[in-house]
Design a protein around this ligand. Structure first.
Ligand code: UDP
Length: 415
């Protein structure tokens, strides 16, 4: 059918409000073109009432062809390995029933990994959005694993591209398109703050936002960490809109601590907000507190200060508006009392043109001929240097030249 019509079929995999917010502008742009067909595989937190059943947001967006798949039960502490296994199974069934030319995944969730695995194992091209980033928690491991399973990479900036090159990806497979959430952030059609307040019952005039997730690799410390965070919020005397954490291992402990604040009028606790509503709230907030990627990637676009707690965003972008602190009550309080002021917006992750750049890349017929058999690209000079190290031979450049010209014998094993 594809050969006859020339239409390319692509499947977008989404597991959370976070990745859907970023995929949405891309899907919209794809949906507007007659030469593409799309489907949306919606799973993960979207399907759970505890997290606000954000599948509703997908239906509400006006996008069509949504396939909803429940990959876990509603317990707070999910076994991420089982969620991965379930998603691979469901998604595998789906793509064999509805063959795709391209599977599009975003970021670093287990559903992302499932999408990349299913694509790679079914000889289907995989496009990964926002690879090449660095962070803490298990996301770091997942993101880079997804890179190696993906054939095409749509990254936020040149830093991310350089990391992918370092990971052995080819230059031709990497497209710098910026972070797609900035398309939405800079859009003129965001709701007004009054609309947001009315919809979510936010009564206080000034407020900060709290988005705090477990760090899966520090799960034994989560109780103490969240206790310190909540104590600092309490002592700050500020008002806060507090969003539920994601469903990573350890989330139950955080949720328990958050729900204890429920009857205090200084807090408005919400499972999840619509992406555009969240952006408006962020734009007008005094501070974003926690360890969400939003604090390092989105708040700086609006010049809103963030108090970034702990290691979850380790090694990520640093900017004047971001104050890094440990999960220490006093340190968090001090940061809240000394927030950076009048910080100009940062466009480190793009200027809101990702969707157009994404589709422009997809419209190149050569992209669809990308080899399913990937080949690792050595960094220029690295292979020669390794061979030299393995043999304990003299200067790399000298030996490398000799090796290329056949004057030096290549070692049998480079291990
Ligand atoms: N977000 C949202 N609604 C909310 C909270 C966050 O749409 O109620 C968006 C936010 O704009 C950002 C992303 O979700 O794009 C961040 O989500 P989260 O902190 O859950 O995940 P992370 O990216 O840190 O893993």
């Amino acid at each position: 059918m594809k050969a006859e019509t020339g239409v390319r079929r692509m499947l977008f995999v989404t597991g959370t409000r976070a990745d859907f917010g970023k995929l949405k502008p891309l899907i919209r742009e794809v949906a507007a073109r007659a030469d593409f067909e799309y489907q949306i595989f919606a799973t993960g937190m979207h399907m759970l009432s505890r997290y606000g059943s954000t599948i509703k947001e997908i239906y509400r967006s006006g996008l069509e062809h949504v396939y909803a798949y429940l990959n876990q039960d509603g317990s707070v502490n999910t076994q991420m390995d089982l969620v991965l296994a379930n998603t691979v199974q469901g998604l595998g069934h789906f793509v064999r029933e509805f063959p795709q030319d391209l599977i599009v995944v975003h970021g670093d969730r287990v559903e992302t990994l499932a999408g990349a695995i299913v694509g790679a194992l079914n000889n289907t091209l995989v496009a990964h959005i926002e690879g090449g980033e660095v962070s803490g928690t298990v996301d770091e491991l997942i993101r880079h694993a997804v890179t190696k399973l993906s054939h095409l990479h749509f990254v936020a900036n040149e830093d991310a591209k350089a990391r992918l090159l370092q990971m052995g990806e080819t230059c031709e497979s990497i497209f710098v398109i910026g972070s797609p959430d900035i398309d939405a952030m800079l859009s003129e059609s965001l709701p007004t703050l009054d609309e947001v307040r009315a919809r979510y019952g936010i009564a206080f005039p000034d407020y900060g936002i709290v988005l705090y997730h477990p760090v899966t690799t520090e799960v034994g410390k989560v109780r103490q960490q969240v206790t310190n965070v909540v104590s600092a919020l309490e002592r700050s005397g500020r008002n806060f809109v507090v969003l539920y954490p994601n469903n990573d291992t350890g989330a139950d402990v955080i949720l328990e601590a958050i729900l204890r604040l429920q009857n205090n009028p200084r807090y408005r606790i919400l499972p999840s907000m619509r992406f555009e509503h969240f952006l408006t709230l962020l734009k007008h907030s005094q501070v974003l507190v926690g360890n969400s990627s939003s604090g390092v990637r989105e708040a700086p676009v609006y010049g809103v200060p963030s108090v970034n707690i702990g290691t979850r965003q380790l090694n990520r972008y640093r900017y004047l508006s971001i104050v890094d602190v440990a999960e220490d009550e006093t340190a968090i309080l001090q940061a809240l009392d000394n927030l950076p002021r009048a910080v100009p917006p940062s466009f480190h992750f793009g200027r809101g043109q990702s969707a157009g750049l994404f589709v422009a890349a997809l419209r190149n017929p050569e992209l669809w001929c990308t080899q399913r058999q990937k080949q690792f690209q050595d960094m220029p000079g690295s292979r020669e240097a390794r061979l030299v190290t393995a043999r304990g031979l003299a200067p790399a450049a000298h030996v490398a030249r000799g090796w290329r010209e056949g004057r030096v014998t290549r070692p049998q094993s480079s291990q």
